[in-house]
Design a protein around this ligand. Structure first.
Ligand code: IVH
Length: 555
């Protein structure tokens, strides 16, 4: 037995040593040993683990090579919501944020300033990582902010992410952090070159590559991709208090976690402006893609005072870089009908690569916007797009006109059902009056099953269209009586998907009231308003019977 104990302690020692060298190599950039020495440690550990499988541990560095393929990623509820960020696109907008913060905290310029922690905004994927007693036990995607996917197998393969914490953090019962998973630019280029050589499809940008690699069911593939992670938030902790965000960052750094680089203190809006300029000027030189800077109120007690709204905290803001602009040709304008019967113009364009993606369609919003832009079919147009933001048409280039351009003429009849459109006085949209217009029905059902509404997994826009075409549903209510046998014969469905979708629909027979309100798709009632209504009225009957004043009073 004594012998076995020795072996176990050697295994443990090797694991920690290897983790320490990983940290020195990837995070501190100060390796102490050569690659050959590292390989020797690794080899010895592997040998012992193979001989003594009873000492296996999922967090062993040998597991960085991946685990057997998963069938699917199980869902995980987040301990605290992974919120998004409010955004500013100019100094003026940042100042508005700053003034709001000052006002809410009752701090004026004369009596002490607000201290901010400022970091680059990394263009990757947000992940939540949970450590228990210093050991990595969970990695999850952000998902809808409340529920994500369990991708622990995959995050274990990320080279610069420690499986064990060091220092005081290792003693905490729970520590959850949030960070971004991404590729360094040079690693991304190398990966695409390799994919091309193997005759495989290349990724359009580093962010998509990171998403594709992280959400691999086969973690052995993830392990071959040189992903990295950088941590920028402490999400949840027990048995410890922090005074400032800066101290949180230093704490996770001392825990051996790879902390977001280039973090700075800024004690005035002017200094934030300087930092932003630094980021704009140095963006190209940084090892990873960034799309702006994130500014957070440093004082944790201030963060509590400011609180959050459903989408974002009031104590932080993302100041995004200006969107990239490119020129393309407007080929046509298509008129789409929304779930409320509004007829909206969509630009159909010569495909063009902008801000990391190929774009061929963009909304033109409404007829007034077309008028304002003075745009014609056949025009050379300037479009822009910032990261995940919807592309927008900025202006036509009048100097490039040939005379063959055509005026954009809005339709008189619904492009889907042919009904005569009407435009109420003072409104900007023409509307289809037909409540049974196939477009209105299809769009309402797509909204009904969407993520913030009934969230029926496996039922996307395409599947809804297929169900309607096959005449299996006429409205959203019909979804609940669908049977597996009806779905199996549909194109690209099959037994497994059919069973899964029917089970997912069943599982959503009961949902939270705010989701239900949102799913109704009432114009102007988004997820935030739905939450407020649900909070105040509690049930459908009370909401239905409330007077207009009562409903408005809660907005
Ligand atoms: S802080 C509640 N810091 O940006 C605040 N987020 O647009 C938590 N992101 O989903 C976020 N770099 O994935 C923070 N330095 C940074 C970030 C960052 C990138 C991402 C994050 C979030 C998105 C919001």
């Amino acid at each position: 037995m004594g012998n076995k104990e020795n072996i176990f302690s050697e295994i443990q020692h090797l694991r920690r040593e290897i983790e320490r060298h990983n940290y020195l190599y990837y995070t501190a950039a100060q390796p102490e040993i050569s690659d050959a020495e590292y390989d020797a440690l690794f080899h010895r550990l592997k040998e012992l683990e193979e001989k003594f499988p009873e000492f296996d541990d999922k967090n062993s560095p040998t597991h960085r090579v991946g685990a057997p393929p998963a069938k699917e990623f199980p869902a995980v509820e987040h301990t605290t919501p992974l919120l998004s960020l409010d955004k500013a696109t100019s100094y003026k907008e940042f100042l508005q944020f700053h003034k709001r913060v000052q006002k809410m905290l009752g701090v004026s310029d004369l009596f002490g300033s607000i201290d901010y922690t400022v970091t680059p905004k990394l263009d990757g994927l947000s992940v939540r990582l949970r450590y228990e007693h210093g050991s990595l036990v969970l990695g999850a995607t952000r998902g809808d902010g409340f529920r994500g996917e369990n991708i622990t197998q995959n995050v274990r393969t990320i080279r610069n992410l420690p499986h064990y914490l060091i220092g005081d953090a290792a003693k905490l019962p729970v520590l959850e952090v949030r960070g971004e998973v991404l590729f360094h630019k040079n690693d991304f280029i190398k990966l695409n070159d390799e994919l091309e050589m193997q005759g495989e499809k290349k990724f359009v940008n580093a962010r998509n590559a990171a998403a594709g690699s992280l959400r691999q069911l086969d973690s052995k593939i993830t392990a071959k991709r040189p992903l990295r992670t950088y941590i920028y938030e402490v999400l949840y902790y027990e048995d410890i208090e922090f005074e400032t965000h800066w101290k949180q960052i230093r704490f996770i750094e001392n825990a051996g976690l790879p902390v977001i680089p280039y973090a700075e203190h800024c004690d005035s809006p002017e200094n934030v402006k300087k930092y932003f300029k630094w980021a704009v000027d140095n963006r190209e030189k940084l090892p990873f893609e960034i799309d702006g800077v994130v500014i957070k109120v440093n004082d944790i007690s201030y963060q509590w005072k400011l609180g959050t709204v459903s989408h974002h905290p009031r104590w932080a803001i993302a100041w995004k870089f200006e969107a990239e602009e490119v020129i393309t040709t407007l080929l046509d304008v298509q008129w789409n009908v929304t779930r409320n019967g509004f007829v909206v113009p969509v630009a159909v364009m010569e495909p063009v690569f902008v801000a990391g993606a190929t774009i061929s369609r963009a909304t033109l919003h409404n007829e007034d916007q077309i008028e304002r832009l003075g745009i014609k079919i056949g025009d050379k147009i300037v479009i822009h797009r910032a990261g995940d933001v919807i592309p927008a048409v900025l202006r036509p280039i009048a100097e490039m006109r040939t005379g063959d351009e055509r005026k954009i003429i809005p339709p008189q009849n619904c492009p889907v059902c042919g009904s005569k459109l009407f435009k109420p006085e003072g409104e900007i949209y023409r509307r289809c009056p037909n409540r049974s217009c196939p477009a209105v029905i299809a769009e309402s059902i797509k909204h009904f099953v969407s993520r913030k509404a009934f969230d029926i997994e496996g039922l996307g826009d395409k599947q809804v269209e297929v169900l309607l075409d096959a005449k299996l549903i006429k409205d959203a209510a019909d979804l609940f009586t669908l049977k597996t046998e009806q779905l199996i014969p549909l194109e690209r469905w099959g037994q497994k998907l059919a069973e899964k979708v029917v089970a997912n629909i069943r599982a959503r027979k009961k949902i939270a009231f705010d989701r239900f309100i949102y799913a109704m798709g009432v114009s102007g009632v988004g997820s935030h308003i739905s939450e407020i209504l649900a909070d105040n009225f509690k049930s459908l009957d009370t909401l239905k019977n409330a007077t207009l004043e009562e409903q408005a009073g809660n907005r």
